[in-house]
Design a protein around this ligand. Sequence first.
Ligand code: ATP
Length: 226
Amino acid sequence: MTVVIEARNVMFSFGNTPALRGASIAVDAGEILAIMGPSGSGKSTLLHCLAGILVPDSGEIRFDGARLDSMTETERSSLRRDRFGFVFQFGQLVPELTAVENVALPLLLSGVRRPEALRKAYGWFERLGLDGREQRRSGELSGGQAQRVALARGLVAEPEVLFADEPTGALDSLTGEQVMELLVAAAREQGTTVILVTHEPRVAAYADREVIVRDGRVNAPDRIPS
Ligand SMILES: Nc1ncnc2c1ncn2[C@@H]1O[C@H](COP(=O)(O)OP(=O)(O)OP(=O)(O)O)[C@@H](O)[C@H]1O
């Protein structure tokens, strides 16, 4: 197995509040990993460090062999745009755009021409059970529909890694499971690695592997990188 992304001994504090205290984890290419743990244990902070949104105070983050923690903000933002996808708890769709324009957004930001970006975006609606919802704005979609649109937006550019922070957190459990089924199926089809933060065991059950974050460290003794 090839490790695609890893953290080694990562420390991160928000002012005087330590959030990560030596977190280490390695994630294989194509793996679907669930990060679980108590509230405030550092799950989201770890996800944000792995995704190059936050820069650790110390320790290393590697993606595809390159050190994310020593890149410039511009380099990290190009990496996020071109090679990573994101899904958050509240879809965070752009309310002024239609559903299909929201899905096309990452492609447009990467320089894909509008007709081609929209063509690819339309292709996601049928497979996500959203046929006919293409022209709706986020206010005209149910929570589950909006989250499926957000999922399509996270995957449309075929990212190498999809980061998902509580992607089902705002949904009822049945709708959440439907979103997870679609997420896992689409990620497997594309070979996308998924790093998912959740506090719900039923959601984590869709992953290949679960790790627990406690007090800013990852409890995964079998997989600490050497
Ligand atoms: N923006 C911030 N400013 C200050 N402290 C923060 C900030 N974000 C997180 N923290 C603190 O850092 C620690 C880790 O937070 P983090 O959000 O990573 O935990 P979490 O495990 O994702 O929690 P939850 O399950 O409740 O979302 C907590 O003590 C939290 O209060």
